[in-house]
Design a protein around this ligand. Structure first.
Ligand code: HEC
Length: 122
């Protein structure tokens, strides 16, 4: 009986975790799977910001007066520390995306890698 329950539990866990990944791909169809070895502005950072930030940081009336619609604007926030400070929910920053859970560590790592490269327009 115990073994049966254990098996059921494992199977359920597997089913749930595969569902989770399916759903994530559906929610973010323009996301490549996280790939920290291959980070570019156009392929990684801009799609992430477009999906997670631009709804509130667009061209008109953006949150905190900060637009994140092009490379120059995003780079400025990257190099002054605000981008990763807010996204990693560090103390002293408003956690972003606002009212949403922190982004997965792998995506924060991609942002960190891009910033370490000097936040290039690549
Ligand atoms: C639901 C709307 C919303 C979303 C989504 C959102 N922001 Fe914000 N953001 C705001 C508002 C409003 C403020 C003004 C400060 C506050 O209210 O917390 C702000 C402030 C900021 C600031 C100023 C820093 C600070 O500490 O005040 C930065 C940088 C920022 N956001 C970056 C981002 C990034 C990067 C994303 C995407 C990962 C994002 N935001 C997603 C609404 C949003």
């Amino acid at each position: 009986m115990t073994r049966f329950h254990l098996t059921l539990f494992v199977l359920l866990g597997l089913t749930l975790s595969s569902c989770y990944y399916d759903v994530e791909e559906e929610l973010y169809p323009d996301f490549k799977l996280c790939d920290p070895d291959n980070v570019t502005f156009s392929g990684t950072i801009q799609p992430l910001i477009n999906t997670k930030c631009v709804s509130c940081h667009g061209a008109t009336n953006p949150g905190a007066g900060i637009s994140l619609t092009n490379h120059a604007q995003i780079q400025a926030q990257a190099l002054n520390g605000n981008l990763l400070g807010t996204m990693s929910h560090s103390s002293g920053f408003s956690p972003m995306p606002k009212n949403e859970p922190r982004l997965p560590d792998c995506q924060l790592e991609e942002v960190q890698i891009w910033i370490d490269q000097g936040a290039p327009n690549n």
